[in-house]
Design a protein around this ligand. Structure first.
Ligand code: BDR
Ligand code: CA
Length: 316
């Protein structure tokens, strides 16, 4: 069976990504590694522990990752994230703290050990900054050939950003780490913002979770409504919230949900466009390909899969 590790800065869509993975019987979630971004790493780890408990999966181990970018500036976790995900990362919804602690093994070592143990069966899904996976690849470069693949949420092939017009949050938090990952030779699929923004969830969808009458359903609905409201405020015409991180998990489970193009991707690490992913026309003909980049998604099928899987999980 395919094994997944999710690397999360556990905000709202990261929590939906956990739910999608736990609602997918064809994969086993063998661990969550924590990163920073939407919230500080410690808060993200606490959220992952509490959410897996609430969703009835206390067996999922959670590992604490690195607390900040591998190099110079990473923008501080702050007001923008709090506005979108809430101060606590999960839409200001209160759920019981987990009695569990994170594992003592650091996230980077767990990633390396898991790659050696599970090899091609293992898909690593980073949906925050690429700091942990870049550190793992630096420490044990051989894992690039051992891992089954990496499906990351971040960047964009076209000019599309949520930090500014051209940079996406996960990549701009640690551009060097993302660039290192692209150049590492690891089998990488990039699910960018220009594709994830085509997949939206609306209040009518979250109402289905609330109507289940379960604690999990109420939590998912209330948390996601906070996120939809933030989207409504900043982008009233869009009609819902972007399903960024769940789409990366969806593709890890079923790669046919997206169409991809092999491209020599890189990341701008200098100047005013620092943090922008670049896959310009010239790179299409390069013989070096650093990532399979999503260019399209079967929106209807993905939304159907997401609702079916998460609703079934929240029903229990
Ligand atoms: C990404 O940034 C974070 O806010 C989300 O969780 C997602 O991973 C979208 O740009
Ligand atoms: Ca995220």
């Amino acid at each position: 069976m395919k094994k997944l590790i999710l690397d999360l800065d556990t905000g709202v869509d990261d929590a939906l990504a956990i739910s999608y993975a736990l609602g997918s019987p064809e994969v086993e979630l063998i661990g969550i590694t924590g990163t920073y971004g939407n919230v500080q790493v410690e808060q993200g780890v606490r959220n992952s522990l509490a959410i897996t408990d609430l969703l009835g999966h206390p067996e999922v181990k959670v590992y604490q990752g690195l607390p900040h970018a591998s190099t110079k500036d990473s923008f501080a976790v702050g007001e923008v994230s709090a506005f979108i995900h809430g101060q606590n990362g999960i839409g200001e919804v209160t759920i019981p703290d987990s009695k569990r602690e994170p594992e003592t093994e650091p996230a980077v070592d767990f990633i390396i050990d898991a790659a050696k143990t599970y090899g091609k069966d293992l898909i690593y899904v980073p949906t925050g900054p690429m700091t942990n996976i870049a550190a793992a690849l630096r420490k044990a470069p051989e894992i690039k050939d051992q891992l089954g693949g990496i499906v990351l949420m971040g960047g964009a092939l076209t000019i599309c950003g949520n930090v500014n017009a051209w940079t996406e949050a996960n990549i701009s938090q640690d551009p060097e780490a993302a660039d290192y990952l692209f150049r590492s030779g690891a089998q990488t699929t990039m699910i960018g913002l220009d594709v994830t923004l085509q997949t939206l969830l609306a209040y009518k969808d979250t109402q289905r979770w609330r109507d289940l009458g379960t604690k999990a359903g109420a939590f998912l609905a209330d948390m996601t409504d906070y996120y939809i409201k933030a989207y409504e405020t900043t982008d009233p015409l869009r009609g819902g919230c972007g399903l960024h991180d769940p789409l990366a998990v969806g593709v890890a489970v079923d790669p046919t949900l997206v169409t991809t193009l092999p491209i020599n991707m890189k990341v701008d690490v200098e100047g005013p466009t620092r943090g922008r992913t670049i896959g310009d026309n010239d790179r299409l003909s390069d013989s070096v390909k650093t990532a399979n980049v999503a260019v399209g998604v079967d929106v209807e099928r993905f939304l159907n899969e997401l609702m079916t899987r998460i609703t079934a999980l929240a029903q229990q």
